[in-house]
Design a protein around this ligand. Structure first.
Ligand code: ADP
Ligand code: ZN
Ligand code: ZN
Length: 741
């Protein structure tokens, strides 16, 4: 008789532990491995779990254990590095191991489906095809046509034959005669790159970056710190070239794929390799197919270049040679629900596990990465000049005090717009608010349109007319009178994209005025259609939100006006200034990407702000050093370490009461374990306390070092799960939060 053994299974449940099961009857230990998916009974349900341990003793005695239901896979689906990454998520973010393992898997695999690609039929000519058999087709001209089609095109998909007019009857007729054969082939399509462009000649700074990166074969993070247009993408392309040539894989993380078509095109035109795009528009099936294509162990089926957004960091790649994160400072790399991981940090961890280099590129590096570079954890590679013959946009502070202002725009800047258009150039007006105006206001009684479910104002929209809460999506009809005093004087307060659009359309009615925001681009491909005049190069005015700040290449834009960025200077979020500076540079970087020198105007009421002057008179680096200095003095990240417990409930005060209990637990552990250094702040109401009908509260944990923070969370976290009596409260833990919302 063999010794008994027990399987510890991680299950996606809000409990930070694994559960023990017995093996199936008649199965021995050799049939199980960690990383294997299994179906297990859990209460009344069957859940998909992953074996995380095989042990000779159960974790706790005295429970009657059930056997697992069945094994889903025969060998572990997760590669070693991805499995280890999931364990790291568990350790670092202190989230249940079962949820971590689910997070790294595509949805269909979480649901227990097999990792087999979806296939469709393709047809080939049979090898037995002879001239005699063709002669026999003389009286079947459509069948003959199909044979000729295949002779000309080679292997062809069923759907393409149908599209070419061949019916199933024709196809089946030939199949029955044994003249063509049918095969099943994975139907998911990668982009087939073709090396039709040659490398550009690098400038000295680009060259030394490429030399450093491509000579590195073990773990080393690089911060590629280069102003917009300095040729970072060219550095990526040339650094990966030797790896692609050697048949290896690279993973490239980008903030938003929809906004990077030009970048993808450059990869596709540079390499004779398959490129996989992993973006939010893929459905679950396509995502799994892409996952399989990346994971393939056969070289011919495998995609070599994987480009994706945040969650693509978990894409398996058995022959990964390098990771690149473009726009590494971008907020979208941080997951804001479930396991709140930071894609950048996970990517660095993955590179470390695989012992390969990783490149973090940005024109405006995050202070965290900059600090790592200053501390020599990352190697700092600088590109100070714009590549080619483009010159930097000149950034001007435009003092709004005592100016004539209409619809949010200083009248004097209208002259600038006019002269830019006269030169046949284009203008970009940036405003961070969609809609017509941030709210509706009654001057007679002071009423303001507010959302009933949020501590927020309703945005006024004119296209079509309605009020809309951007926080909970609540919509209502536009009132004709003030609901409080019945005054007819209610009017819009503040400025949004629609209002600027109508103002500028009236001022410049001879050129296209194009508005780009979430409302104008909600339909697929509408952005590209709207941008057509811009790409054609004719004089026009672009008005838009953040959507315009990323990725786009607008060679003819030479004037950028930023309408309202002041809120960034006086926010309760200590990262606000960093984020605002990144945004300002990203937006102003849209100007003068080619030979025409660009100008950017920053409208502000706070023209004397010293940090703003640092940005315009010196540069982002000078500003970031000043900001780092502030952070250091205040023991804030990256010099201090934080975790944030958020809670919300439909009942007022309930989330706060829950957090008081959490805080008591924290205090108790801190005292018991003599953890000096750790401090707490809260419970505090969240900056928007009521949101979508829930009252929100937060509790901060601060620590002078990372190790202590993690040690503390590990001590307390299970206790938080065990707090009883708060059924309506939802809570979450955010390690290294990136905002205070
Ligand atoms: P970034 O990614 O830093 O914004 P890109 O790589 O997109 O910069 O380069 C900006 C522009 O400069 C592109 O049009 C690119 O083709 C061009 N470029 C980049 N490197 C060179 C080079 N070494 N010589 C000439 N043009 C270059
Ligand atoms: Zn009123
Ligand atoms: Zn709301």
């Amino acid at each position: 008789m063999t010794a008994p053994f027990y399987l510890s299974v991680a299950i996606p449940a809000p409990l930070n532990r694994s559960f023990d099961y017995l093996p199936e009857s008649g199965c021995d230990m050799s049939q199980y491995q960690t990383g294997l998916r299994v179906n297990v009974p859990f209460g009344p349900r069957t859940l998909v779990g992953v074996i995380v341990d095989i042990r000779s003793q159960p974790q706790s005695e005295g429970h009657k254990l059930k056997p697992i239901q069945n094994r889903i896979d025969h060998k572990p689906l997760l590669s070693k590095d991805i499995y280890q990454l999931a364990l790291w998520l568990n350790q670092y973010y202190h989230q249940p191991i079962g949820e971590c393992l689910h997070t790294v898997l595509p949805v269909l695999l979480r649901k227990g489906q097999a990792a087999t690609p979806s296939c469709e039929a393709v047809y080939r000519l049979a090898s037995s095809l002879t001239t005699e058999s063709l002669d026999a087709l003389k009286r079947a001209p459509r069948q003959l046509a199909l044979v000729e089609h295949l002779q000309q095109h080679g292997e062809t998909w069923h759907k393409d034959l149908t599209a070419a007019g061949f019916t199933s009857a024709i196809i089946n007729g030939l199949k029955d005669k044994g003249l063509i054969t049918e095969h099943q082939k994975p139907s998911f399509d990668a982009i087939n790159g073709q090396a039709i462009q040659t490398h550009l000649t690098l400038n000295d700074e680009q060259q030394s970056a490429v030399t450093a990166i491509s000579n590195q074969h073990s773990f080393q993070p690089y911060l590629l710190d280069g102003v917009t247009g300095s040729g970072k993408t060219e550095v990526y392309l040339q650094s990966i070239a030797p790896h692609i040539k050697a048949g290896r894989q690279v993973l490239i993380l980008v903030p938003e794929i929809g906004l990077t078509p030009q970048m993808i095109q450059r990869f596709a035109q540079r390499f004779d390799a398959d490129i996989l795009l992993l973006h939010s528009a893929l459905n679950d099936r396509e995502r799994l197919d892409a996952w399989i294509m990346a994971a393939s162990h056969t070289k011919s089926d495998r995609a070599q270049i994987i480009i994706g957004t945040r969650s693509a960091v978990f894409t398996p790649a058995p022959n990964l040679a390098m990771v690149i994160i473009d726009e590494e400072h971008d907020a979208s790399f941080k997951q804001q629900d479930g396991i709140r991981y930071h894609g950048r940090d996970v990517a660095v961890m993955r590179a470390k596990l695989l012992d390969i280099p990783i490149v973090l590129g940005s024109a405006t590096p995050s202070l965290d990465s900059l600090q790592n570079a200053l501390g020599n954890k990352y190697q700092h590679l600088l590109l100070r000049e714009r590549a080619g013959n483009a010159t930097d946009a000149k950034l001007h502070i435009f003092n709004m005090k005592k100016r004539a202002v209409n619809h949010g725009l200083a009248d004097e800047l209208l002259t600038e717009i006019q002269s830019t258009l006269d030169k046949q150039q284009q203008v970009l007006v940036f405003i961070n608010r969609r809609g017509f105006a941030p709210t509706l206001y009654c001057p007679d009684c002071g009423w303001i349109a507010e959302c009933k479910r949020c501590d927020a104002k309703m945005t006024l929209h004119q296209k079509p007319p309605h009020l809309h809460c951007h926080h909970c999506d609540n919509k209502s009809a536009l009132p004709r009178q003030c609901p409080e005093c019945l005054s007819n004087q209610i009017h819009p307060m503040g400025v949004g994209t629609e209002r600027l659009e109508s103002h500028l359309s009236a001022q410049f009615n001879h050129v296209p005025v194009i508005r780009i925001d979430r409302d104008s681009t909600s339909k697929k491909d509408s952005m590209e259609a709207l941008l057509e005049p811009v790409h054609k190069g004719e004089p026009c005015i672009l008005i838009g939100t953040q959507m315009l700040a990323k990725g786009h290449h607008f060679p003819k834009v030479t004037l950028v006006i930023m309408v309202n960025i002041d809120s960034g200077f006086f926010s309760a979020d200590f990262r606000a200034m960093e984020k605002t500076a990144q945004l300002v540079l990203q937006v102003s970087g849209r100007a003068g990407r080619e030979k025409d020198q660009g100008r950017a105007y920053l409208q502000t009421e706070f023209a004397d702000h010293p940090l703003l002057h640092l940005l315009t008179e010196e540069n982002y680096h000078a500003l970031s050093l000043a900001l780092l200095d502030e952070r250091k003095q205040q023991h804030l990240p990256p010099y201090g370490f934080q975790a944030l417990v958020r809670a919300d409930s439909p009942n007022p005060k309930e989330a706060e009461q829950f957090l008081y209990r959490v805080r008591e637990l924290f205090n108790w552990h801190q005292k018991n374990n003599q953890l000096s250094g750790i401090s707490f702040l809260g419970p505090l109401p969240s900056p928007m306390e009521l949101r979508a009908g829930r009252f929100r509260s937060q509790l901060w944990i601060n620590s002078p070092n990372r190790k202590l923070l993690h040690h503390f969370i590990k001590l307390v976290i299970n206790g938080v799960y065990e707090i009883k009596g708060f059924n309506k409260v939802r809570w979450s833990l955010d390690v290294d939060p990136t905002d205070n919302l």
